[in-house]
Design a protein around this ligand. Structure first.
Ligand code: AMP
Length: 288
């Protein structure tokens, strides 16, 4: 397994691979890897085959964090990530630093960003208005540096994958977008690097996200024809906010492709929510 830090070295290698018709899959991450990330690596491997190349990028991208967010304390453990990648059969870790990704930014010499203008307005974009501009920019840059034929993302970040799919289509990236299912802890909590922030009691409280989705699912089972959104939002919000350490940020029922808010909760609707557990903001979603 190779580790590459320099952007030009990554791109040179990618161009060589392209010349020799190698199949290349990219798994973009911010590191502090867990089984959710590794499931994306396995999906990438399954798709490119044993002779293909799986590149996992590790980069905590500053442009997707607002000034008050957790950029500086975002968990990092490169030695451990490297071991996990080796075991999982990653061929190349691409781990650039800020100067490699945004050359000259500190001196005001970086000024190009990629912005998706519709799907990113609400939900995560409502609470984090500059977040997706950072995500689309960094992923477009990673696409240009690694030149993959496919890229694997997690369903855990539902809105992110919808926006990136749109970006790939709108900007004609010759890249297949693959979205792999959310990997959960045995008790239902979606795996996330941010779970590390949770104290023991917050970890228990964090189960309100998956429990809230379960409650919605049960309501829908009792009303197979669907029911008005408020009839699901109210009980789920009550359950979440009844936990002293939990505060609902948003809870929405949207069309899985257009992200348009739905009036009725019906089978096939995407339920998506964000909850503050203590100071940690967790997200989850499910297709009902
Ligand atoms: P992150 O390191 O949090 O930026 O995530 C990198 C990629 O892993 C994104 O495509 C995420 O959607 C995906 N991911 C994160 N958590 C999970 C999970 N529990 N299951 C599946 N994919 C995940």
């Amino acid at each position: 397994m190779k580790v590459i830090h320099a952007a030009d070295a990554m791109q040179r290698l990618a161009l060589q691979w392209r010349k020799s018709n190698q199949r290349v899959a990219l798994v973009p991450t911010m590191g502090y890897l867990h089984a959710g990330h590794l499931s994306l690596v396995h999906e990438a491997r399954r798709r490119v085959g044993p002779a293909g190349l799986v590149v996992l990028s590790i980069y905590v991208n500053p442009t997707q964090f607002a000034p008050h967010e957790d950029l500086s304390r975002y968990p990092r453990d490169f030695a451990r990530d490297r071991q996990l990648c080796r075991k999982a059969g990653v061929d190349v870790i691409f781990a650039p630093d800020n100067e490699a990704m945004y050359p000259g930014k500190e001196q005001g010499q970086y000024s190009t960003f990629v912005v998706e203008e519709v799907l990113g307005r609400e939900l995560e974009g409502g609470t984090r208005p500059t977040h997706f501009r950072g995500v689309t920019t960094v992923v477009a840059k990673l696409f240009n540096l690694v030149l993959p034929e496919l890229a694997v993302f997690g369903a855990k970040d539902f809105q992110q994958s919808a926006i990136l799919r749109r970006m790939v289509k709108d900007l004609n990236f010759p890249i297949e977008m693959v979205v792999a299912p959310t990997v959960r802890e045995p008790d239902g909590l979606a795996m996330s690097s941010r779970n590390k922030y949770l104290s023991r009691s917050e970890r228990r409280t964090a189960l309100v996200l998956s429990y809230g989705m379960e409650v919605a699912r049960r309501l829908l089972l009792r009303h197979p024809g669907g029911l008005p959104v408020q009839k699901v939002v109210d009980p789920v919000a009550r359950i979440i906010n009844s936990q002293p350490a939990a505060r609902l940020d948003y809870l929405a029922f949207v069309d899985p492709l257009t992200l348009q808010p739905q009036k009725r909760v019906r089978p096939g609707v995407q339920m998506t929510l964000a909850v503050f557990v203590g100071k940690t903001r967790l997200i989850d979603n499910t297709r009902l």
